[in-house]
Design a protein around this ligand. Sequence first.
Ligand SMILES: Cc1cc2nc3c(=O)[nH]c(=O)nc-3n(C[C@H](O)[C@H](O)[C@H](O)COP(=O)(O)O)c2cc1C
Length: 173
Amino acid sequence: MKTNETIKTILARRSVRSFTDEPIAREDLEAIVACGPWAPSGMNRQEWTFTVVPDRKRIAVLAGVIGEVLGREGYDMYCPAAIVIVSHVKESPWGKQDDSCAMENMMLAATSLGIGSVWINQLEGICDNARIRAQLDAFGIPEDHEVHGLAALGYAADDLRVPVRKDVIRWVE
Ligand SMILES: Cc1cc2nc3c(=O)[nH]c(=O)nc-3n(C[C@H](O)[C@H](O)[C@H](O)COP(=O)(O)O)c2cc1C
């Protein structure tokens, strides 16, 4: 298969669920999050915001509240070094798709810098729970926004698991 640095990065990205204590350098985090808004968005509406939280204590508080709301005691979001919460206007017709493109952009940028990432989906459907909304408010996320994906970031503590890819490519020619 033909390859280049971009294709290698795409193939190298894996979900990381165990992070070291090492912080992410500010310039690396800035580069990762800068790639989010350069994703495509439906009709270029860009009805999203990217909220960066490079503070393990604040992340732990959010994870704790999510765990309580979902009844998942001890939920810790894998204790990442930083998170980027992607939110979109609830009524945005393609908000989820737009956010998903942005999430992948950031996860690939992280991979290219040797930084691990994983999509965290737990906020989907619970953003208007009063306790969760109070957390989102504390992060300055607009009250008419919802979240279905946030990127947890950090340096991988373990060797990465390589999940099997199904044989799903069909050529018609
Ligand atoms: C929409 C979506 C939601 C996901 N939610 C979670 C999640 O909440 N927690 C988690 O550990 N991984 C989550 N993942 C990561 C997937 O489990 C992972 O991408 C899949 O197992 C394939 O592994 P890979 O990313 O290493 O290739 C999510 C991925 C997507 C696209």
